[in-house]
Design a protein around this ligand. Structure first.
Ligand code: COA
Length: 258
């Protein structure tokens, strides 16, 4: 594999770092391919319970798709480059929790990548936006669909039609990120959250994510019934038996992921 995306392990957490700092970590084909390969390996690795996605360097998380790749492309070439499976959708349906650790510019495809993750933790120096309109484009990584679901239609309209940038505190205010912290605490805060999540039962995490993600596509009544079925399904797991027994015995639970 190339060095376009680096992978490290810290306990049960895998950290994927998009590594093109001289291009502000813009997403080119190599980055997308490497992300897919790493995610596929992580999905099949029982030793990994959660994933953190970030960008190399201090300046940028991801400054969007690599604009250089757009030049001279036909619609057919572009369609081919956007063929499924796409990294945004793989992240959005990933069975393990994924946290975006946003260390700087989070623009265009970078903002869409963050939106595809489950939780977003940002440095107070991060900047957010969907600037595609300034290139005669619209978001193409799910931004017109995921952004309004995350922040509401009005804020999504403002960001996508206006093409401007907002600061981290405003991103938090509108619900685009869940946590903002000083830049020098970003890694510590994110890893604390990721390690905490990764210490839970992987099986139960998967079911919880499935129920939560269903809320984005189902009507409430339908979703409540789906949740009930998934809740009852948990009663078939060894981890549910262990969790309840451990609580009653006043001891910590040991998860098997079964
Ligand atoms: N695609 C390709 N290259 C990019 C890029 C992108 N999305 N974003 C930044 N880069 C490159 C720049 O071309 C520059 O490369 P160079 O040193 O070879 O000239 C390098 O990254 C540094 O960027 P630069 O523009 O010099 O930094 P800056 O601090 O002056 O500005 C931004 C930072 C984020 C405001 C500016 O880079 C920008 O507007 N980027 C594009 C954002 C965008 O439109 N994203 C959506 C794409 S669909």
């Amino acid at each position: 594999m190339s060095e376009a995306v680096l992978m490290e392990r810290e306990g049960r957490v895998a950290i994927l770092t998009i590594n093109r700092p001289d291009k502000l970590n813009a997403l080119n084909q190599q980055v997308r391919d490497d992300m897919m390969a790493h995610l596929s390996a992580i999905e099949n690795d029982d030793e990994i319970g959660a994933v953190v996605v970030t960008g190399a360097g201090e300046k940028s998380f991801v400054a969007g798709a690599d604009i250089g790749e757009f030049e001279g492309r036909s619609p057919f070439d572009q369609r081919q480059a956007m063929a499924s499976p796409r990294v945004f959708d793989v992240l959005a349906t990933f069975p393990k929790p994924v946290i975006a650790m946003i260390n700087g510019f989070c623009l265009g495809g970078g903002c869409e990548l963050a939106l595809s993750c489950d939780i977003r933790v940002a440095s107070d120096k991060a900047r957010f936006g969907q600037p595609e309109i300034n290139l005669g484009l619209i978001p193409g990584g799910g931004g017109t669909q995921r952004l309004p679901r995350q922040v509401g239609l009005g804020h999504a309209m403002r960001l996508i039609l206006g093409g401007g940038m907002i600061r981290a505190d405003e991103a938090k205010e509108i619900g685009l990120v869940e946590i903002v912290c000083p830049a020098n605490e970003l890694r510590e805060k994110t890893m604390e959250l990721a390690q905490g999540i990764a210490s839970k039962s992987p099986l139960t995490l998967r079911v919880a994510k499935e129920a939560l993600r269903a809320s984005q596509r189902m009507a409430v009544e339908e979703g409540i019934l789906y949740e009930r079925d998934l809740f009852c399904l948990c009663f078939s797991s060894e981890d549910k038996a262990e969790g309840v027994e451990a609580f009653l015995a006043k001891r910590p639970a040991t998860w098997k992921g079964k």
